[in-house]
Design a binder for this molecule. Structure first.
Ligand code: AMP
Ligand code: GLY
Length: 423
């Protein structure tokens, strides 16, 4: 069959890499892809928000199965559009993806269906939000309601930072219309874990656990990024937490969405804080996480096409999904200056040497130029390796990372260290 992956980052390279291994897939296409993806798939230059262009391509090319990586096309209704045209597509519908697209909707669903999460209040008026912050005090977390590329969340340890965050979101409109409404929520303490699950709208099958590294610098310092690395499994997510997360979080979310007329199919990503009172939901994403996908899907033994078809045909119940026992670690290599301003076009060296170590180099922001691979984004590569244990996977991945360089390259040296403290 012909498979189309929508997106052009590290997550999408991982999806393409996985589909390429399926005996059921004859050809993988990726829109728009990147220089690394081009080695594994046919890249087509259509942007992820060009829903008409994507539909036309899929119809003209006779694509049998489309898989959506990023959130933007989901919230624009790409899945609905493909389904109306009779095409098979894996991802959340527009109404389902609003669980990620609106933090207020997510909070309303969680409160209505008794899903553990931080207490909150929502506002359309900056003065009222500020008055609320003055009354309840810090620490607290201020979140723009809409999508903001992971940047619309400000964790405020003092009142002034929270008040400034309201100004940034609602008055300076730093995140555009995403800041028409905002949430002020209770600050939760604990360690974070990402739980992704496949769902066909009724049955939910969790994937193996993982942990992201959101801050740019070692020891979780500096500003938030899209994610600087991940590992799987996350030892902090112990076996005894699994039934609680399944029964009290994943299943009620999917049942609640169905009851709301927002039947949810695809991947649901629950970002959890493991607090002293138990796991609580920080956020939902309506898609695979990036870079969690790199560390999670490299461990998937089952053919991803089989799982995705079971989701689309609503026969996930009874499906057995197999995972490799080994651990995986992904280190993101980024452009100097990221998550702020950065240059593009630096020649990347050492890609072949890194792959020769046995690691897998997923491309996130790369382009081809005059026979070289050059940087073309903030997050450039997601170098991923497995090992019998997390320490072994860490050793393996950094051996590969050290082979790669370019002008201004930066990466965290401590990916996976939190796991070691738990082992
Ligand atoms: P989100 O995009 O909602 O996951 O938020 C981004 C990051 O902000 C999370 O990964 C957490 O590190 C942090 N965060 C979000 N909500 C809270 C909260 N209620 N308490 C503490 N930290 C939070
Ligand atoms: N790694 C966080 C995300 O994909 O949103």
């Amino acid at each position: 069959m012909k498979v189309l992956v929508v997106g052009g980052g590290g997550r999408e390279h991982t999806l393409v890499w996985k589909f390429k291994q399926s005996p059921r897939v004859a050809q993988v296409y990726c829109a728009p892809g990147n220089a690394g993806i081009a080695a594994d798939a046919v890249c087509v230059n259509i942007g992820v928000e060009n829903t008409e262009g994507l539909l036309k391509f899929a119809l003209d090319e006779g694509i049998d199965l489309t898989v959506v990586g990023p959130e933007a096309p989901l919230t624009l209704g790409l899945v609905d559009k493909f389904r109306e045209a009779g095409l098979r597509i894996f991802g959340a519908s527009q109404k389902a993806a609003e669980l990620e697209g609106s933090k207020i909707l997510a909070k309303e669903i969680m409160f209505k269906y008794n899903i553990p999460t931080a207490k909150y209040a929502d506002f359309t008026d900056a003065a009222k939000a500020v008055a609320y912050i003055r009354e309840t005090g810090a620490p607290c977390v201020v979140k723009a309601d809409g999508l903001a590329a992971g940047k619309g969340v400000i964790v405020a340890m003092d009142e002034q930072t929270a008040v400034d965050a309201v100004k940034l979101i609602m008055e300076d409109r730093a995140f555009g219309d995403s800041g028409n409404r905002l949430v002020v929520e209770e600050y939760l303490e604990g360690e974070e874990v990402s739980i992704l699950a496949f769902t066909d709208g009724t049955t939910v099958i969790p994937m193996v656990s993982s942990q992201d590294h959101k801050r740019i610098f070692d020891n979780d310092e500096g500003p938030n990024t899209g994610g600087m690395g991940a590992y799987s499994p996350a030892p902090v997510y112990t076996k005894d937490l699994e039934p609680f997360v399944y029964d009290k979080i994943l299943v009620p979310t999917i049942e609640g969405m169905k009851a709301e007329g927002r039947t949810y199919e695809g991947v649901i990503y629950a970002g959890l804080m493991l607090t002293r009172e138990g796991p609580k939901v920080l956020e939902y994403n309506a898609r695979f996480g990036d870079p969690e996908t790199q560390a999670v899907l490299i461990r998937l033994e089952t053919d991803l096409v089989d799982i995705i078809e079971a989701v689309i045909d609503k026969r996930l119940a009874g499906m057995e999904i197999k995972w490799h026992e080994e651990a995986a670690v992904c280190v993101v290599m980024a452009s100097g200056g990221y998550p702020g301003r950065y240059d593009k076009g630096h020649i990347i060296s050492g890609l072949g040497e890194a792959s020769a170590t046995g690691a897998t180099v997923f491309h996130a922001g790369t382009a081809a130029r005059e026979g070289s691979i050059v940087t073309s984004g903030g997050r450039v590569l997601g170098v991923t390796a497995m090992g019998r244990t997390i320490p072994e996977a860490i050793d393996n991945v950094y051996k590969a990372v050290e082979k790669i360089t370019w002008d201004g390259v930066q990466y965290r040296k401590d990916i996976g260290q939190k796991a070691l403290k738990r082992l």
